[in-house]
Design a protein around this ligand. Structure first.
Ligand SMILES: *Cc1c(COP(=O)(O)O)cnc(C)c1O
Length: 343
């Protein structure tokens, strides 16, 4: 099977499994797991920040960021198709008691003008705006890279209004690989950043919440426990994360090349609508014009030929390249798409 449903389907390599087996561990609730501590230090340093907290999922990292920087009854500005809006089960409302203020972006990217217009006036009857969340790269937007210049402009607005910023950086290192800008050049504009180890980086589990504010990370540690995310000998998992940061960052560029190749192959198929110039990282979003079959039938037909992708609503589909997809498999997938989507 050529599994292009998501970069979360990656499985640990032999090298990663060996690193996990060898990991020195301790009880992380006591702060005594040396491997977790090492991963946290590495991640903080990578982003030019002082502290990091290892958590089970990207959702938890985002939700801790929201919980620690808001009060119940406040509002968080977020792009309308963000992971925080679509895929976190309403956690911001359910767990932090905040309201999300959706701003429709262009392939996931908001402008500074839009963000400023969404900030509530400071008066006795408007809900206070507590936090601004950006997502880089933007998943539903199609792996879109937030231009650094746009982030700088949004940051200037945030500073002017005294509002902190959180970056959902689940795939921040994909943006780094594509632009060759240092991760810290993005991270410097945010009070908190989340980073996923279990996407293109290929670890089985784990994300980090990263910040330079010690008090914030201490509060996040308490809420992590409240949310059921405090783990014990988590060094087994952190070792996979360290291995991923050491061995799987430089190769992300390969995934991007594969995605661009796939986009060019898809473009040659008459039924496919795609803009290859919008494929900036490892996510390929495209439409299929097919009056005969439903999206579920098209997905099943592709599956029958050995290619897995996701239908994401309407006539739209998503294919994601990753660690376990080779250049040869991209060519094979291209041939399967051409066959299955032929008129
Ligand atoms: C995957 C993802 C997350 C976190 O997902 P988990 O499954 O909770 O680890 C957060 N943000 C974005 C943009 C993602 O793609």
């Amino acid at each position: 099977m050529i599994d292009l449903r998501s970069d979360t389907v990656t499985v640990p390599t032999d090298g990663m499994r060996k690193a996990m087996a060898r990991a020195e561990v301790g009880d992380d609730v006591y702060g005594e797991d040396p491997t977790v501590n090492r991963l946290q230090d590495m991640a903080a340093a990578l982003l030019g920040k002082r502290f990091a907290l290892f958590v089970p999922s990207g959702t938890m990292a985002n939700q801790l960021a929201i919980r620690c920087q808001t009060q119940p009854g406040q509002e968080v500005i977020v792009e309308s198709t963000a992971h925080i809006v679509r895929y976190e089960q309403g956690a911001a409302g359910a767990l932090a008691g905040v309201q999300l203020h959706w701003v429709p972006g262009e392939r996931g990217v908001m402008t500074a003008e839009q963000v400023e217009a969404a900030i509530r006036p400071k008066d006795p009857y408007s809900i206070p705006t507590a936090l601004i969340c950006l997502e880089n790269t933007h998943n539903s937007g199609g792996g879109t890279i937030y231009p650094l210049s746009t982030i700088e402009k949004i940051r200037a607005v945030a500073v002017k209004h005294g509002i902190p910023m959180h970056l959902d950086g689940a795939r921040l290192l994909n943006a780094v690989a594509a632009t060759t800008l240092p991760a810290a050049s993005y991270a410097q504009h945010f009070e908190t950043v989340s980073l996923c180890l279990s996407k293109g980086l290929g670890a089985p589990v784990g994300s980090l919440l990263i910040s330079s504010e010690q008090g914030l990370i201490e509060r996040a540690r308490r809420y992590r426990r409240m949310y059921g995310g405090a783990m014990r000998q988590a060094g087994i998992l952190a070792a996979a994360g360290i291995y991923a940061l050491e061995h799987h960052v430089a190769r992300l560029k390969e995934d991007h090349d594969h995605a661009k190749k796939l986009a060019r192959l898809l473009q040659q198929i008459p039924a496919v609508r795609i803009s290859p110039q919008h494929v900036e990282t490892n996510i390929v979003i495209f439409d299929v014009e097919d009056q005969r079959r439903t999206p579920a039938e098209i997905v099943a037909a592709l599956r029958g030929q050995g290619v897995l992708i996701n239908a994401i609503g309407g006539r739209r589909y998503r294919a994601v390249t990753h660690l376990n997809i080779s250049a040869k498999q991209i060519d094979e997938a291209g041939a399967v798409f051409a066959r299955v989507l032929a008129p």
